[in-house]
Write a protein that binds this ligand. Sequence first.
Ligand code: HEC
Ligand code: HEC
Ligand SMILES: [Cu+2]
Length: 486
Amino acid sequence: MHRVSKPSISLRPTLLLLAPIALALLAACTPDNAQSTFGTAGPIAEDQANLFKFIFWIAVVVFVLVEGAIIYASIRYRQRSDSDKRPHQTHGNTRLEITWTIIPAIILIAVAVPTLSQIWGQQNGVPTDQGEVVGVEAIGHQWWFEFRYPDNEIITANELHIPVNRPVAFKLNSQDVIHSFWVPKIAGKVDMVPLNDNFIWMIGTEPGVFYGQCAEFCGIAHAHMRFRVIVDTEEDYQAWLKGMHTAPDAPTPGSPEASGQQLFAVNCSSCHTNNSTAPGSYAQEISTQQARWNGWLEDTENASIVSAPNLTHFGDRLTLGAGLKDLNHDSLVGWITEPSSVKIGTRMQQHAAVYDTPDGRAKLSASEISDIATYLLSLKPGTGAAAEPVDDGGAGTAIDAEAVFITNCATCHSTGADKVVGPGLAGIGERASGRVDGMSADEYIEQSIREPGEFIVPTYPAVMVSWSKLGDDTIDALVTYLKTLK
Ligand code: HEC
Ligand code: HEC
Ligand SMILES: [Cu+2]
């Protein structure tokens, strides 16, 4: 025994230091942790956790037997004194070799059977015998997630509502990046790949808020993009669906919300839709999102428009910046003031005209930013007391074309010469008649509003969508108003 050397002293502090680190890392595995795969809340995650445990215990038995044999042999047959001779050396023992080939083969088969049957089961498509299936299209973006409910005509971002105990069938794809879609406690993971649809289904069996996570390194903001899956009771889910089709109450004139609404229309609505509650707005948002994306693709460096999260009923959300921060007035003010200080690599600050300043901070005063935040937080399903203030200009009453312009157009057009997303509209009355052969100024301006795709002003992106929904009277008033811009 006197030959056994003790571990050198210097190892001990290292071990002492490593122990708490290892413990801290292991603590991340407790079932309570938001992203632990052990505290499961859905059948797929549960099957996967059970399979893991099954394989783990087989591995433990193999480990104990093999390591035990090694330790036993090295103690039992160690060299005890200088006079000990080397034991007799043997080579080749058919019976032993067959044994230790067959045993691992049996173990591997035992592991393969449940693994393969689970993979098959989950690939087999969404179960149709467990309640009405909810269809969701999840789309990856740099650096956030878009969720579309085609059957309910709802678009939202970064927070997904699903009903408890009903299967949800996801179609996964991506715009410009490869993410891996993963909800650790419920199901996962499948890649979201551009130009390619992948599928996954899941069932949430407990109401609550669950973390989603991109599980594949995708770029600079990989660590800063999460999403939430909110598993609702059937009642809450139906209320959510209904709420997403209920417009918010109009802000009281003169309130911070009203000022925020105006500022949002001018500075933010080129990229963010925040009123997709009316019938038809689902299809409109999909084509608008596509137009924003085309606009960005045309000039990825200098584009002043890019596809962005839909902010309808943003005040009902729990988080900000793709699950990065809890949503409240402070965090929202921080985001609007300087998005990149919250999230590295975000395209919002890179591309929005409102951050086109020497120091990159918003061209907005602190009180303006606070008003926008107050307004966004006020966006919730309304009590139905007041109608949506936008768009119709109030049939019957005199139409305030300037107000219609500020609400719907100013986010992309200045009334002077400056380019924002589209051309500055000063002088449009004069140049309009020369744009298209045989078209009068009025005809051209009206066409620009109703069918902007018919003539694209050279060097500009084709991001403008049709505004026919404003109605004939409002469009007439807009044409008259635009011709006054000098
Ligand atoms: C050039 C397009 C663009 C403009 C203009 C723009 N944004 Fe954004 N915004 C984005 C993009 C892209 C994201 C997603 C950022 C991310 O998560 O990486 C975003 C994210 C957000 C979010 C977080 C959304 C969520 O689901 O968590 C809020 C809130 C927001 N923007 C508010 C505003 C406000 C307020 C303005 C106007 C002052 C504005 N944005 C102007 C592109 C834009
Ligand atoms: C999402 C940004 C965006 C919005 C919102 C938008 N436009 Fe445009 N608009 C553009 C762009 C970009 C162009 C130039 C490319 C083209 O011809 O489509 C343009 C072109 C035009 C033109 C032709 C200008 C010229 O010099 O020939 C007119 C007129 C016009 N828009 C009016 C409007 C009106 C009125 C509204 C509101 C009802 C509006 N736009 C809303 C982006 C937008
Ligand atoms: Cu990712």
